[in-house]
Design a protein around this ligand. Structure first.
Ligand code: PLP
Length: 273
């Protein structure tokens, strides 16, 4: 991404998501990604997780009006080039976020690109969303999204489609796109059928495939957040969605290679600097 000359106001991106006390995923991954890419990170906290590298043992939800208030406060003063949502935990928070996005012209309600990472569970199975909140994701937030970035578990929860190969990935992309985002991505990083991690993008007309070598590491915590946050940074810089996702995928591959051991579980997908 282009560098901001010294002293000039950089591009700003807002993440609306959950914290990770272990510093691996969620808002910590988003803010780190943005800082490393030269973007100023604004943060609206939607939930606080009790978490380390082994797992998530609980979470506390921020009142929905406080979540929406953080977004309004940032946009009215600082201004943003893109927004990204991650863990939103409940129907009430999802509805508050969708409402404030419509009010402020974020996503397809206006001109500020919106990346919706429909976080439902960690990749190791800890729940991060109340099950009944899937409907709110489907019907209020996803229709506003410029691009959605579900992992394969989230694809199954949202569409009922189990992705096992190229054909089911295309079916899933079509079903996700029917929910109303401008672009749907089916991320193939967790599909262990080849040496490549291939993501499929669909805008209702064209499929784009993005492939990268699969990086084998146990330090895979926060990879989805990193991809979505880097996509938001590139969109804020004016990239079109396929170019933004291609950039983000390269960045995430670099971060997977630079990930490090931490605690007894899964270290973060990130370089230290
Ligand atoms: N914690 C928070 C707050 C998250 O937002 C996420 C993913 O989006 C996770 C944990 C899980 O991260 P991972 O699935 O990469 O382990």
């Amino acid at each position: 991404l282009p560098l901001t000359p010294d002293g000039q106001t950089p591009v700003r991106v807002l993440t609306i998501a959950g914290t990770d006390s272990g510093g691996g995923a969620g808002i910590q991954a988003d803010s780190r990604t943005m800082a490393l890419l030269g973007v100023h990170a604004c943060v609206a906290v939607a939930a606080v997780t009790v978490q380390n590298t082994v797992g998530v043992s609980g979470f506390h939800e921020i009142p929905p009006e406080t979540v929406a208030g953080q977004v309004r406060s940032v946009v009215s003063d600082i201004g943003i080039g893109a927004a990204k949502t991650g863990m939103l935990a409940s129907t009430a928070i999802i509805e508050a976020v969708a409402g404030v996005c419509r009010e402020l012209g974020i996503g397809q309600a206006g001109h500020v690109p919106l990346v919706v990472d429909p976080v439902a569970a960690s990749m190791h199975g800890d729940p991060l969303l109340h099950a009944e909140a899937l409907d709110a994701l489907r019907h209020t937030l996803i229709p506003l999204a410029t691009v959605i970035t579900p992992n394969l578990d989230e694809v199954r929860l949202l569409t009922g489609i189990e992705v096992t190969d190229d054909i089911s990935a295309r079916d899933a992309a079509v079903a996700l796109h029917a929910l109303g985002p401008r672009w749907a991505i089916v991320k193939g990083g967790h599909l262990r059928t080849s040496d490549f991690s291939t993501d499929l993008l669909y805008d209702g007309e064209h499929f784009h495939e993005l492939s990268a070598s699969r990086i084998e590491t146990r330090n895979d915590h926060g990879g989805g957040d990193t991809l979505a946050a880097a996509t938001a940074c590139a969109l804020a810089h004016g990239y079109e969605v396929p170019d933004a996702v291609a950039f983000a995928k390269e960045w995430t591959t670099h971060c997977l290679k630079a990930s490090y051991d931490l605690g007894a579980g899964h270290g973060p997908v990130s370089p230290l600097w």
